[in-house]
Design a binder for this molecule. Sequence first.
Ligand code: ADP
Length: 272
Amino acid sequence: GARRALSVRVAPLGLLHVVVLGSDRTEARRLEAVRRDFVVNVGHELKTPVGAMSVLAEAMADAADDPEAVRRFSARMAVEARRLAVLVHDVVELSRLQDGEPLAAAVRVDVDTVVAEAVDRCSTTAGSRGIGLEIGPDTGAQVIGDAELLTTAIRNLVDNAIRYSDTGTRVAVGVRVDEAADVVEVSVTDQGIGIGPADRERIFERFYRVDPARSRMTGGTGLGLSIVKHVVAGHGGEVQLWSQEGQGSTFTLRVPQAPPRQPVRAGADAAD
Ligand code: ADP
């Protein structure tokens, strides 16, 4: 069948950007080129930690009779190794999602639980960066999908909200059911640096970063939002972004609500 292509629709005012799912056969060739670019970019991204590790290995050998220096170099090497591991993990995750494999485990998912799990995994980072992490009330909202992938997507958003904010600010995560549209919304709001209009159109691209130095320094791979976009697309949903430079951002995932559970047929257990 036709490949499903992702595109970004720009709403009036330039504040709201919606990532929607389109379908276009002519996208096939463009996607092939994108895939080639991706491999080139991955190679390029791998060079940074691998290069640093080899320099550090040499420095360690040279400093063999200075135990303090050896300790310092080996600690930095561990940081680079971790960065490499995160990058490899994200690349594998993203290429699995890009292959358009159907969701391995499409089951009824409790959204409050997924959000709580994602927030929980970010609480240490938030604490160490002095950012208050708030979570809204439970809603009982349910979607059909893959809980692990949804947790990853929400975690990526919360992680970004923390990394692109300053100490003393707050990050709020909330769930809401849009009954009219039959959609479950998860929003992540920060009071961080915000994203300018031109960048808003590009940040969902693989390896696109507004400030590459800040991204790397805080452990970013440049793939987080790309993963979010693909996970949400796999669930038949969309991502909305509201942002203003210097004021903050809100990323909202909108995923179709699970149909109500089939009621137990009347009479089934009222035989007598
Ligand atoms: P990264 O690992 O660089 O954070 P992402 O794909 O998650 O990669 O995000 C791409 C870029 O989008 C980031 O480098 C950053 O410039 C920008 N960005 C993402 N989330 C936010 C946010 N909450 N506030 C400001 N900028 C953001």
